[in-house]
Structures are given as C-alpha cells and as structure tokens.
Design a protein around this ligand. Structure first.
Ligand SMILES: [Zn+2]
Length: 338
C-alpha cells in the first residue's frame, strides 16, 4: 500500500496568528492580514509539559511530539526537520494545523494516550457501534502512517468482514446480525481507508438489502449499487450450480446401492416455489447446508453431496471478489498492504 504523507494538509510553518484571548501566547508571530476565529483549548488533551500545539476543527491540543512521532511516520518526519524561522509558536511550542475532523483527531489521541482504549469496544458490539468506534481511528492512522494502530483497526473490522473462509465460517456460526445501514457504511470506509480485503464480504451481505432500499441509499455510489445487484445475480447462479447444486439436481454417487434418486425426488418435491424464490431474493451460497437428514439418501450419496458442498463453498470463496469486480483475494491483499 502506498500512503502519501498529507503534505498539503499539514503546515507547520503557517504564519497565521493565533488570536484567542483565552490563550496567552508567549511567542506568537502576528500577521495582521489574517484572522483566526476563537479557538477552544481542548480540556482532555492539554498537557502542561506538551511539546507541540495542534489545531484541529477549531480546537487546540497541547500534546507530545515524541508520542506522535513514535507511532506515526508522518509526524516523525515532520518533527525531524528543522523548524523554520517563522514557525508560529504558542506557549513555547510549535503550532501545527491539521485539516482533519475534530472527532477523528480526538479518537486518535485517545488511542495514543489510553493504553487499553480498544478494550472499550466490546466483542459483541453491534456493527454500527463498531464502525463508529473504528472509523476515525482508521482514517487517521492510514493518513498519518501509524501502521500498528491501522492494523489493529483492520483486525477489528475483519472480525466482522472476514477475508478467509475460516473467518467466514466462524462468523456465520456466531449468527452475527448486520443492520443494512451499518453494512453500507463499511463500503465507503473500506475504500477511503484502503482496506479492500473487507469489501467482498461487505458486498456479499449487502446483497441481502432489499433492492429499493439499496437504490435509495445515499451513502453508496451508483457503481457500488450496480456491483451489489450484479453480484447478487452471480451469487444466485453460483448457489444453484456450485454450492447447493445437489438440492436442485441430484446425482447418485458411484457406489449408491439404494434408489436414492427416487427418494431424493420425493424429498425435494417439498422444496416449494416460494422457498426457491426466497433463495433467489437473498442468495446465500456460503451458508453451510446441514439438513442432510431430510434428504433420506444412502450414506454414500450423502457423503458425495457433502463433498460437493464443501468443495463448492471453497471454490465460491475463491471467486467471491471477482463476483463484485474486485479482482482476486491476492490482488486485494497486495493493494491493502500492511
Ligand atoms: Zn445413494
């Protein structure tokens, strides 16, 4: 992954005056041509021994260069270069202005200053809570090249958006529920923060959102909507021909000594048109089939179907990114990097 340092957004040599009456700048460089609205001192992150003042979203934070540098390649580079002569100062600290969201920056500082901050996110947190918790930290850690923190965010996301079939099986077994409005938040977040490995599963579960709801969603692009709908058709096709083909078209196993085809036909006649229509509306080819008993076939035929199902699911998992025009898992992995 290539992360470009946000040079355009960060200007440590800005000579804009710091004009807040509540704050007493000891070495503020004044340029009367530029005005700055009142800036609030953030109570949570104003350390008397801080060594840099950062202004974000109308608030200022006095924090430690060493802590920022330790975690971020971008801040490390910024603080390593000699300070320019006209460096704007406040209380003896250099001033840095960032163009990020205030809440994203606060979340990031909480991670940096609270060792167990991620523990505040409970393992069974609903998806909306999880995405709200992680979004700002992921955006900031990506932009400022904080690799360990970014990786932690990705691990949290991957626990709900798996990129391996084993992770998928664990997740399906947990019966985790995905509210549609939370799923669609994950897709733009994955794109913006360069975490494409979570996209195949995010699209997969998006196919269960009713079409009208999907089309009216304001957070997804038209391309994303088109990909969801095209992928849904492909998943249904794969469910019929690859993962659950045995439900529709039965073939006796080579060693079958019973009349399994007749027995099977009798059993599957109960498979109603309505049931098939439900499957078409919400295709779920990765769903583990478990109702083998109702097939009433001989052991050999059952083993054969179980093998087909297992191989079909593995094949489908391999094909999953391609169903949403995302290339291969390997390409997604390479794009995501560390
Ligand atoms: Zn048989």
């Amino acid at each position: 992954m290539t992360i470009t340092p946000p040079a355009a957004d960060v200007d440590a040599s800005d000579t804009t005056p710091f004009a807040d009456d509540k704050l007493h700048a000891s070495e503020t460089h004044i340029d009367n041509d530029v005005q700055v609205d009142s800036i609030i001192r953030n109570q949570e992150f104003w350390f008397e021994d801080g060594s840099v003042v950062i202004i974000v979203g109308g608030q200022c934070f006095r924090v430690h260069q060493s802590i920022l540098s330790r975690h971020s390649e971008v801040f490390n580079a910024m603080f390593s270069i000699p300070q320019p002569r006209y460096q704007e100062m406040l209380d003896g600290c250099p001033l840095v202005r960032l163009s990020d969201e205030l809440s994203d920056f606060v979340d990031l500082l909480r991670v940096l200053y609270q060792p167990f901050y991620f523990d505040k996110l409970s393992e069974d947190a609903d998806l909306n809570t999880l995405i709200t918790f992680i979004s700002g930290i992921l955006r900031m850690s990506t932009k400022y090249m904080m690799r360990i923190i970014r990786q932690k965010c990705i691990s949290v996301l991957q626990s709900k958006f798996p990129s391996t079939i084993e992770g998928c099986d664990t997740l399906l077994a947990s019966k985790y529920l995905y509210p549609p409005e939370a799923i669609v938040r994950a897709i733009p977040l994955a794109r913006e923060s360069i975490v494409p490995e979570i996209l195949p599963w995010a699209y997969y579960i998006s196919t269960h959102i009713p079409t009208d709801e999907l089309l009216n969603d304001a957070s997804l692009s038209w391309r994303d909507k088109a990909l969801c709908l095209a992928g849904k058709e492909r998943l249904w096709e794969a469910q019929k021909t690859l993962t659950h083909a045995f439900v529709l078209t039965f073939e006796r196993a080579p060693g079958c000594v019973s009349m399994c085809n007749q027995v099977f036909q009798f059993a599957t006649e109960r498979q109603s048109w309505k049931g098939l229509e439900m499957m078409r509306k919400s295709p779920h080819p990765l769903e583990m089939y478990t109702d083998w008993g109702s097939m009433k076939t001989c052991a050999r035929c059952r083993e054969s179907m179980e093998r087909q199902h297992k191989a079909g699911r593995e094949k489908l998992w391999e094909l999953l990114p391609g169903m949403f025009e995302l290339g291969s898992w390997k390409e997604l992995q390479d794009h995501q990097g560390q």
